[in-house]
Design a protein around this ligand. Sequence first.
Ligand SMILES: Nc1ncnc2c1ncn2[C@@H]1O[C@H](COP(=O)(O)OP(=O)(O)OP(=O)(O)O)[C@@H](O)[C@H]1O
Length: 343
Amino acid sequence: MTLLSLDAISKRYGEVQALESVSLSVGPGSRTAVVGPSGSGKSTLLRIIAGFEFPDRGRVSCDGTLLAEGPVGVPAHKRGIGIVSQDGALFPHLSVAENIAFGFERGVADRAKRVAGLLDMVELDGTMATRRPHQLSGGQQQRVALARALGRQPRMMLLDEPFSALDTGLRESMRKAVARVLQNAGITAILVTHDQTEALSFADQVAVLRDGRLVQAGSPQALYRQPRDRETALFLGDAVLLPAIVNGGFADCALGRVAIDGDHAGKAEIMLRPEQINIVTDAPQKTSARVIDVQFGGAVSTVALALPDTSLPPVLIRTSGLALPVPGDIVHLAVAGPAHVLA
Ligand SMILES: Nc1ncnc2c1ncn2[C@@H]1O[C@H](COP(=O)(O)OP(=O)(O)OP(=O)(O)O)[C@@H](O)[C@H]1O
């Protein structure tokens, strides 16, 4: 089932092709994260969905209604789409309650009760209602912004880097809280973020943009494990990339013979995530490597290894901090799970 459908959206600003034939489907009640390097077109895509911009070509439809066909379509205020931006954009001279009630339709009954319900929904104490935005923490301001957007009863919520001004710990708890609130309200969400971890943990669909094109869209697991190309692999996390000869479901590479996830043959580049490579004392097929650096990181430490083929760059793996090797040690490696063959 599809709620939002983007069909071959293109947008140009002067010389810059901000979006080039982007197509994407978003299911009702789902969470999609749009990621990509700076300037890849994420905000432009969000503005086109919101109705602040119109595409040059392509169609936007929501719930069977055509919202834009090329530069013609439904204006932003008639789309029923909520937005929460990076700074929350609260009115500084209005109280929390007034900020939240700002979006209510005229003549709505029980304003105070509805504000209280929304505060409860975003997990804010009712005593906050009389405060001004400057008397709130960054995370609380974002919750008020979310409550205000929810008060308009949108069918979809656009989140434009809403957590980026928050520090790491708060970011994570806000991300979980927002995901929970949206899920409980059954609202479809699209999140734009620079933060890959945020995208992978928030969304059930991740869409990767690069130079205005949609490179890949799919589940976080699929994109992390089977990225389309080397750039996407590195964009979504650390990766060990190795030249290989692949055949019959296996790759022969500097780590020995490892299983692969597809049906490829010939010369290829394979990708493993660092957590797939383990230091072992006993394995049926051992590849040895020399430890060149160890970074203790508490629960998870990083070990840099030089492979016997010295033309290859060092391989970084993650391991528990319990029994770490020291530089100069020769260790044996085993690979868990299949390697992915890159295009
Ligand atoms: N109003 C505009 N006028 C001219 N160029 C624009 C305009 N808006 C965006 N662009 C250009 O379009 C491209 C895509 O911009 P966009 O803001 O969508 O990227 P982004 O992926 O959101 O970037 P960031 O992560 O830095 O916010 C960029 O090259 C940008 O400079």
